[in-house]
Design a protein around this ligand. Structure first.
Ligand SMILES: [Zn+2]
Length: 352
């Protein structure tokens, strides 16, 4: 049983009164936030903020197309995002998330009736962003699939028929590859390990659109564990640098119901630096094994479970007053973020 806390613990504790030992374990840590910790049933999440909502989606269609200008379009079903670029020869499709699925083909037909999809670009290898690829290939034989070599390596290992191997790859870090087709051009660049090795920036200069997937969450808390980051320092490097690196008006981030802007990147950067600061402060002020019963102090796993819990609880309590009403879903994943930050500082090092 976890030993974290929220106000509901007290009611839960009362319901477990027949088990005094367990009830005692459920005592909240001092100074804990009233936000429900992981693994506790929470029937009352904070409401989504206006800034977290996208424009309406026609329920009859089930998707929305945002015209980004210069032939670029963002397609969303409300939770996932992908991009379509119209060229003189057909369409370039960037990503193929299964939750959007055949609506990708419907959107393509709506954008350019009868046009062939000539290219599919993979932002990265994750199933939830490209798992519909095989079905796009099936209806567009002979099309090229473009990805970074790191993504190709991951896909070769996966051997997943839903994610066909790229036919064109590029390699290296900060060695941009330019994909041109029918008068359109996309610059693809890999900045090094971040969300996943091979996760690239896709830059459409004509519309000043930057597509970067699973790194920035406009108006929202990042998905849990800093969006399942493969390399947390790499994610910090990317979020801290992309506003200076690209002159973008629109960010296609892969998730949530709306596109983002530089202000959304700045807000997430401010959150991430606050998160880092709160975790550093909690690590510096938390004593190992404090308040534990003597028998448990010889169990290093228990000692660090207790230590990490108390660091996390302090980190959450520090951030909640500033960020809870600024980011939708803050309450959902803040324990995860504080725990991931604490772990990263201890193993990757404290520098930002
Ligand atoms: Zn991903």
């Amino acid at each position: 049983m976890r030993t974290r806390t929220f106000a509901g613990w007290l009611m839960l504790s009362a319901s477990l009164a027949a088990s005094p030992a367990l009830t005692q374990e459920l005592t909240p840590y001092p100074g804990a936030s009233d936000i429900a910790p992981p693994m506790v049933h929470n029937d009352h999440y904070d409401l989504v903020l206006e800034a977290g909502k996208g424009a309406d989606i026609d329920p009859a269609k089930g998707y929305r197309i945002d015209d980004l200008g210069a032939g670029a379009f963002m397609v969303t079903e409300g939770i996932y995002q992908m991009m379509i670029v119209k060229t003189d020869e057909g369409l370039i499709v960037v990503d193929a998330p299964p939750p959007i699925g055949d609506k990708i083909l419907k959107a393509a037909e709506e954008i350019a009736p009868g046009a062939k999809i000539t290219h599919l670009v993979y932002s990265h290898a994750h199933v939830d962003h490209i798992g519909f690829a095989a079905q796009i290939v099936a209806t567009n034989p002979g099309m090229e699939i473009v990805a970074h070599q790191e993504t190709a390596d991951i896909l070769a290992r996966a051997g997943d028929a839903n994610r066909p191997m790229p036919t064109v790859t590029f390699d290296g870090i900060d060695q941009p590859f330019t994909l041109t087709a029918g008068g359109q051009s996309l610059e693809l660049n890999y900045s090094g390990p971040n969300h996943e090795p091979g996760n690239i920036e896709i830059w459409h200069a004509d519309s000043q659109t930057l597509m970067l997937i699973d790194v920035v969450f406009p108006g929202w808390m990042m998905w849990r564990r800093m969006a399942i980051a493969h390399d947390i320092p790499g994610v910090f490097d990317l979020v801290g640098s992309i506003n200076a690196k690209y002159d973008f008006k629109t960010l296609v981030s892969g998730h949530v119901g709306r596109t983002g802007t530089k202000a959304d990147v700045e807000a997430q950067w401010a959150f991430m630096t606050d998160l880092h600061g709160a975790a550093m402060k909690a690590l510096g002020s938390t004593a190992i094994a404090e308040g534990m019963r003597a028998e448990d102090t010889t169990n290093p796993w228990a000692v660090f479970d207790n230590f990490i819990d108390r660091v996390t609880v302090q980190c959450v309590a520090e951030l909640a007053p500033t960020w809870r009403d600024k980011l939708s879903g803050f309450d959902v994943f803040i324990y995860d973020q504080c725990m991931a930050m604490e772990q990263s500082i201890r193993v990757d090092g404290p520098s930002l």
